[in-house]
Design a protein around this ligand. Structure first.
Ligand code: TMP
Length: 239
């Protein structure tokens, strides 16, 4: 059966393949920032992010975090569970960076005494605003119990990923997660985990190895995505 494109986002495309309960997530080289005001393309980003995400989803699964990952079926295509997505972006921060610099007036790189969890309402037309539990309840984005479970899973994923990256000489500064439920209501970590959705710094030099290189025009973007991939997975990506 021919694949049917059911959704196209800024960095990924979703296809229905005719198989019940699963869809295919294709990773694009396209990159955007500042709510798509800045647009570009990073060579081989699709393959690198697909394979890095596959690697990290398998790592988290093997440590008890349920994810939507089922199987990687090409360098840029991942078979995933079909989920009903919660309309929130969940950010976990270990150090001050990005929008937190502006919001709290703290210096970039300042370590946080405990991880900060933030919720953003996934609405491009509003610029994905920061929201709290009351907003989420009013908007009926998630039941309180589901939200609590999402918060626990996000923090647990951070607790697993921080030492995993530290062992590879990388500081996990912050990350964005998205979650969804299957037809039985079970919660899964979805979307992707890559240099597009996390901040990764070299642990010694604090050099940026993620999408901030694109956002801030720092150059050597593909080189850094590749270097990150090699350090984390300890092998070469299939390009
Ligand atoms: P922020 O500091 O810009 O709020 O970003 C926090 C984290 O979320 C950072 O790791 C980058 C990631 N992120 C996304 O994945 N998508 C987005 O649209 C934004 C704004 C941030």
């Amino acid at each position: 059966m021919e694949w049917i494109r059911i959704y196209e986002g800024k960095a990924k495309i979703l296809f229905e393949t005719g198989e019940r309960g699963s869809v295919v997530q294709r990773f694009k080289n396209d990159a955007t920032a500042f709510n798509a005001l800045k647009k570009g393309s990073i060579p081989n980003k699709g393959a690198i992010n697909c394979q890095l995400s596959s690697h990290l989803f398998q790592f988290l699964e093997s440590n008890g975090i349920r994810t939507h990952f089922l199987e990687r079926i090409s360098p840029i295509d991942m078979k995933i569970r079909q989920l009903r997505m919660v309309g929130l972006e969940v950010v976990v921060r270990n150090r001050v960076a990005g929008s937190l610099v502006k919001r709290l007036g703290m210096e970039e790189g300042t370590p946080l005494a405990q991880p900060i969890l933030e919720w953003y309402y996934k609405r491009d037309d509003l610029g994905d605003p920061l929201v709290n539990r009351d907003h989420i309840r009013i908007l009926r984005l998630a039941e309180d119990a589901v939200l609590a479970q999402i918060g626990q899973m996000a923090k647990r994923a951070n607790d697993l990923l921080v030492p995993y990256f530290a062992e590879r000489g990388i500081l996990l500064v912050d990350m964005k997660f998205e979650f969804g439920t299957d037809e039985t209501g079970s919660l899964f970590l979805g979307d992707e985990i890559s240099g597009d959705t996390c901040r990764f710094w070299d642990a010694t030099t604090h050099d940026k190895m993620d999408k901030d290189r694109f956002r801030q025009d720092l150059g050597k973007i593909e080189e850094n995505y590749l270097a990150l991939f090699r350090r984390v997975t300890r092998h070469e990506p299939e390009i």
